[in-house]
Ligand binder design. Structure first.
Ligand SMILES: [Zn+2]
Length: 293
């Protein structure tokens, strides 16, 4: 069943939580490339997918967030885009066989001309290479996330849809709270994001990262004013705080679960977590979603 069919049937879907912080808890260091773990530590990566499936995630992502050629080149792994992304897709399919697997695609860190060095067609080709590897491994859903620039997000969405029009595309942006409202680092608000992401071809839009769950309620409400597409919200476990030189996220599973009714009333259709969230947070969200019916 496709993502949109499952949404139509179940009304609300629960997604997964963080990958980066989960892999760090399993030993990934900041010197290592997370995507290389798809080959060097497949059991650890598969276990993250399995842990989210075990607590009831309907949707599980892949360990491919930084898997674009532009990102991998900075780690000296530019020649391994196909290998590392296909491996990431396979590990989530194996770890969470009952879930819908969405291939994670994060920002390249570069900008489209004239702000940056890449032409639109170059940027689209970068994403097409990454996404094609995941489709080749059997994925039918792509999750383009943590975007701040509309041009880059649109290139990723178009890349997926041009490879296969039937691929379902989720596209989410990351906002900061500013005196003028919620804006991405590139100055984009939820209204502009909602219309531009849909225009580029996204089937599901929304927001991930940047905030704890309370601010995400506001962001979901703003998206809902400007689109009737399904909305996905992946909130962090609070704002990152530096404690003894380490980054910590302090929102508890209960804190997040308590906000689920507000998120649903604001218009969210798919709820999961971003940085700092764990299977315990997702279990809390799962229980709150089930209780809300
Ligand atoms: Zn995050």
């Amino acid at each position: 069943m496709s993502l949109l069919q499952q949404l139509a049937e179940k009304k609300v879907l629960v997604s997964d939580g963080a990958w980066g912080t989960m892999l760090q808890a399993r030993g990934l260091t900041t010197r290592e490339c997370p995507e290389e773990w798809n080959v060097t530590h497949p059991d650890e990566v598969r276990a993250v997918a399995a842990a989210y499936a075990a607590v009831g995630s309907d949707l599980v992502l892949t360990n491919t967030f930084g898997g674009s050629r532009v990102k991998l080149e900075k780690r000296g792994l530019g020649g391994r885009v196909a290998e590392l992304n296909a491996a990431g897709a396979r590990l989530s399919l194996e770890g969470a066989p009952g879930a819908i697997i969405a291939g994670s695609v994060g920002p390249t860190g570069e900008f489209v001309e004239p702000l940056g060095m890449l032409s639109e067609s170059d940027m689209e080709a970068v994403f097409a290479e990454q996404i094609a590897a995941m489709l080749g491994a059997g994925l039918r859903v792509i999750c383009i996330e943590t975007m701040t620039a509309l041009e880059e997000a649109a290139c990723a969405i178009r890349a997926a849809k041009r490879l296969d029009r039937a691929i379902e595309v989720i596209a989410t942006m990351t906002f900061d709270k500013t005196p003028g409202g919620y804006r991405t680092m590139m100055g984009i608000g939820p209204e502009q994001a909602a219309s531009a992401l849909v225009e580029a071809g996204a089937d599901v839009v929304g927001s991930n990262c940047g905030h704890g769950v309370r601010n995400m309620v506001d962001i979901a409400r703003e998206f809902r004013r400007f689109t009737d597409r399904p909305i996905l919200i992946h909130s962090n476990a609070g704002m990152p705080e530096l404690v003894d030189g380490r980054t910590e996220f302090r929102e508890t599973p209960q804190d997040m679960a308590e906000q689920v009714p507000a998120l649903l009333e604001a218009g969210a259709d798919i709820i999961g977590g971003c940085c700092g969230t764990t299977p315990d947070h997702i279990a809390g969200i799962r229980a709150a979603v089930d209780a809300h019916r």
